[in-house]
Design a protein around this ligand. Structure first.
Ligand SMILES: Nc1ncnc2c1ncn2[C@@H]1O[C@H](COP(=O)(O)OP(=O)(O)OP(=O)(O)O)[C@@H](O)[C@H]1O
Ligand SMILES: [Mg+2]
Length: 477
């Protein structure tokens, strides 16, 4: 089951790898997005705070607020952003500052800002820098520098420094939650891929096992069908195939058994009679009689073998049909004449009901004759003495229908579907006396099917049977 090349593992690995890739890409995208997002937000905050400071400095310089209030404002900003604040004059000397509580205590006042970008700030630009700001800080800082404007004039600069480390901590937390949920989702997807892959592969694996069993001759097991999708349909068809294989196999077995049985009984009786003649157990005056019986048996065997040959040829499709336009009424007439003696012997009457004198159909004349002989034979065999046999043909739309009916024993409804099976005989003990092998109707059905037509049976037990088959009509031009 867990072979690497099995459908299950392939499906599972595919599903899982796809989810993993999606998670990875999503994780990377989200992380980069957050990194720049947090950086940008921090810059904006610093710039906003710088604006506020510049207002306070203005107020301080004009005497509205004192140093205490100014530093109080610095502290608020520091608590919020962890910021070191420098305020310089136009030459870069720091005259007011605040040291971030996150860093070591340093006295910044009277120090000088010497970086190259100072000039840009003094010209009125706001700049952002990342790094240790020369050697001023022990760790990397995000620095925002902006001009200090009082009454629309640039009077100096404001620098705000915020430790990047602090930002990294926020980022790390974000990364962690992103990756944690990615791992969780991946695990969930592993579970789901397992369930889905199993659902897909299970019926296929089952079919695989069962088909192997069928190949060894065990037809008992079937696939359990749960879904209605293609796999479900395959399973349904697979079961149907197993059903028909099983049926075919049992038919083959009983066919072989029947054939051997049917061949053995005439052979045994022939052997007995010939032996009797040879060792004189049968008196000379009776020899002719018994040899005649033996001859009858050979004829019976001959007939059986011919029928079997026909049946197998039809079944294997080797049977060539000589389709022509023939008059089915004429065929019926000819068969009827050949059976006249049998019919008269048992005092039966025949009713012939042809819609038209000539009824042209498409078919193989010899095979159609075989059909009529078989059906008429059966009708005679099973009719009651003195009963009526009806032969009827009629045209309906594109078809000609032929009916052969008797007033005999009729056939039980439950037996009807089996009649067409080779060797099937109702009440074997009774029919045995009347001879026959039970191949007649199966050959009839096969011939009619080879004509792409149908045969039906209407029968009522005790009242008689009527076999009706269709043929393709040929309209006279
Ligand atoms: N007209 C009928 N009335 C009653 N039963 C019939 C009729 N035709 C067929 N059957 C039943 O169907 C069985 C199968 O018929 P089928 O023609 O295949 O075999 P058969 O007549 O016994 O042998 P065969 O035709 O090979 O000589 C018969 O054994 C008989 O029991
Ligand atoms: Mg028959």
């Amino acid at each position: 089951m867990f072979q690497f090349r099995s459908l299950f593992t392939r499906l599972m690995v595919t599903f899982f790898v796809i989810t993993l890739c999606i998670m990875l890409i999503l994780g990377i995208l989200l992380s980069t997005f957050f990194e720049s997002f947090i950086m940008e937000t921090r810059k904006e905050e610093l710039i906003r705070e710088g604006g506020a400071i510049s207002q306070y400095i203005g107020l301080y310089l004009t005497g509205f607020i004192d140093t205490r209030i100014l530093h109080y404002q610095y502290q608020i900003i520091d608590r919020f952003l962890g910021t070191t604040i420098w305020v310089t004059d136009e030459r870069g000397n720091i005259w007011s500052s605040h040291n971030s509580t996150l860093l070591e205590e340093v006295d910044w006042e009277n120090q000088k800002v010497t970086i190259d970008e100072f000039v840009q700030v003094l010209e009125g630009n706001t700049i952002t820098l990342e790094g240790r700001f020369g050697e001023s800080f022990p760790e990397p800082m995000l620095t925002v520098g902006m001009p200090l404007k009082i009454n629309e004039r640039i009077r100096g600069t404001i620098f705000l420094h915020s430790p990047i480390q602090g930002l990294n901590r926020t980022l790390r937390n974000t990364y962690q939650s992103i990756w944690r949920s990615a791992i969780l989702t991946s695990l969930l997807s592993l579970l789901l891929s397992f369930i889905i892959s199993r659902r897909f592969s299970k019926p296929l694996t089952e079919m695989n096992i069962i088909s192997r069993e069928i190949a060894t001759g065990n037809f008992k097991r079937r696939v359990k069908v749960k879904t209605k999708d293609e796999v479900g349909q395959l399973a349904v068809n697979f079961n149907a195939m197993a059903d028909s294989l099983e049926k075919l196999e049992s038919m083959r077995r009983s066919f072989v058994a029947n054939v051997s049985h049917e061949l053995r009984s005439p052979l045994t009786s022939m052997k007995g009679y010939i032996q009797g003649v040879l060792d004189h157990t049968i008196p000379v005056e009776d020899q002719d009689k018994y040899l005649k019986i033996a001859l009858d048996e050979t004829e019976r065997m001959n007939r059986l073998i011919n029928e079997l040959l026909d049946l197998s040829q039809i079944e294997t499709g080797q049977f060539s049909m000589d389709i022509r336009v023939v008059d089915i009424n004429e065929i019926i007439r000819r068969v009827l004449i050949s059976k006249e003696d049998c019919i008269n012997d048992r005092g039966m009457e025949v009713e012939v009901d042809f819609e038209k004198d000539v009824c042209m159909v498409e078919g193989d004349p010899d095979r159609l004759q075989q059909v009529i002989i078989n059906l008429l034979d059966n009708a005679i065999k099973h009719n009651r003495d003195g009963g009526l046999i009806t032969l009827k043909t009629w045209l309906h739309k594109d078809h000609v229908y032929v009916k052969v009916a008797d007033q005999g024993s009729g056939i039980n409804k439950e037996e009807i579907p089996h009649l067409w099976e080779p060797f099937y005989q109702i009440d074997k003990s009774r029919t045995r006396k009347k001879e026959g092998t039970g191949l007649g109707l199966s050959i009839v059905k096969k011939i009619i099917e080879a004509h792409e037509q149908n045969i039906w049976l209407n029968s009522e037990e005790g009242k008689g049977s009527a076999f009706i088959f269709s043929l393709k009509a040929v309209k006279k031009t």
